[in-house]
Every structure is written in structure tokens, then in C-alpha cells.
Design a protein around this ligand. Structure first.
Ligand SMILES: [Zn+2]
Length: 214
């Protein structure tokens, strides 16, 4: 299958003469093989014949080619590791070891056998890629904008305005009351710009109540 350029990560169902088999099946002469794609919503947290060890949690890993998508996934609140300088071997080991869904535009990387959960990203523009992945996995309801640091992926913590007042620009100090801070890299976030950007990006995906709540 992969000799035709199709990574195993893209296969949803493998049928031999109409019967579903797993990746260990050894093809014999005369077999009629039917390869079917993954159908949305792809339930990566539920075991299937081809992927008997589901992901315990929904967590992503992006390679350098889709690093901007990684940032948008973080903006939407999803745990997304990003190591632009890592080799394919290291990325594949991370996907397996940390149980992450590897997103890539590199078929060779996705063909590595240790990658159990991976996806070839079809779209070109990062906003379209985000839409593609959210639709594929059916996770629009799980978005939690402004809950995670865009720089380092750590979950943000609420912080009192008094504590950080001295660090704010005058206009931000005037117009905003609610702030979060990254416990790891100390970057400060407030609802304004990021949520507005999310709203534009995901107008038809993000439930309105989610945007208003923040
Ligand atoms: Zn951070």
C-alpha cells in the first residue's frame, strides 16, 4: 500500500474479499483488497480494528511544514506540541511515546511504522487546515479559545489585574479587566485580540456562546 505512496495513517478500513482485516494481514495471490479512507468524525479516542490502542487524550504534534496550524490549534485550546527543528525520526518517536496525533504534509514521515495516529494535512492555508482538522475529528465543541499559551503550549492560569498591572500597555490597562498568564513562559493574555481572531477564523465552527463567554 505504502509503495503506492499512501501512508497507513490515512486508511480507515482495509477489506480483503469483503472482510475487514488489520495491518498485519499478509496479502495472498488472488486477494481482492479494498482500501477505504478515514471517515469523519474520526474517533481517535475509541479503539478500532486498525488502531486497537486509541489515544487516551486528544493531543497533537505538528511538524515544521504545518507549524502555523499548530499555533492555531493552540489558539483553539488544543494541546499541540511543535518542534520545528526535530528530525523525522524524533518526531515519529514523540508521536508514539507521547501518544499524539501527528499532523504533517510529509508522506514519508507519516509512513514511519511507529506512527499510529497521523494525518496528511490537505489544505494549504493555516486557517483552512484548522477547519479541516476540526471537521475531520468532529471537535468543534471541544474548542476552548484562550486557554493555552501560543508560545509554549502550557495551560494558562487566571491572574489578578493588580498582579500584572505594571506590565500592561496603557490601552490594555484601560480596556481589559480579565487576564491570564502562562505559568511557564509568563506571557500575558487577555480576551481582546485573540478571541476576535478566533471569531473571524472559525465563524461557522465555533459555537457563539463560547465566544461570548470569554
Ligand atoms: Zn507559555
Amino acid at each position: 500500500m505504502e509503495s503506492f505512496g499512501l501512508p497507513h495513517t490515512e486508511v480507515g478500513t482495509l477489506l480483503v474479499d469483503g472482510t475487514a482485516v488489520d495491518f498485519t494481514y499478509l496479502v495472498q495471490g488472488g486477494d481482492r483488497i479494498d482500501i477505504r479512507p478515514i471517515e469523519p468524525p474520526w474517533q481517535v479516542r475509541i479503539a478500532s480494528l486498525l488502531r486497537p490502542r486509541p489515544l487516551a487524550e486528544l493531543r497533537f504534534l505538528v511538524d515544521a511544514n504545518v507549524a502555523k496550524l499548530g499555533r492555531l490549534l493552540r489558539m483553539a485550546g488544543f494541546d499541540t506540541a511543535s518542534y520545528p527543528n526535530w528530525s523525522d525520526a524524533r518526531l515519529a518517536a514523540c508521536a508514539a511515546g507521547e501518544q499524539r496525533l501527528l499532523l504533517s504534509k510529509d508522506r514519508g514521515l507519516l509512513m514511519r511504522k511507529e506512527v499510529e495516529f497521523g494525518r496528511y494535512v490537505r489544505a494549504t492555508m493555516p486557517a483552512e487546515q484548522l477547519r479541516e482538522i476540526i471537521n475531520l475529528l468532529g471537535i468543534a465543541e471541544e474548542m476552548d479559545p484562550l486557554s493555552r499559551c501560543l508560545e509554549c503550549n502550557s495551560p494558562l492560569q487566571r491572574v489578578a489585574k493588580e498582579e500584572i498591572n505594571h506590565l500592561l500597555e496603557p490601552l490594555t490597562r484601560t480596556y481589559y479587566e480579565e487576564f491570564s498568564r502562562c505559568p511557564a513562559c509568563h506571557k500575558i493574555y487577555w480576551p481582546g485580540s485573540h478571541v476576535d481572531k478566533m471569531r473571524v477564523l472559525l465563524a461557522d465552527l465555533l459555537p457563539e456562546r463560547e465566544v461570548r463567554r470569554r
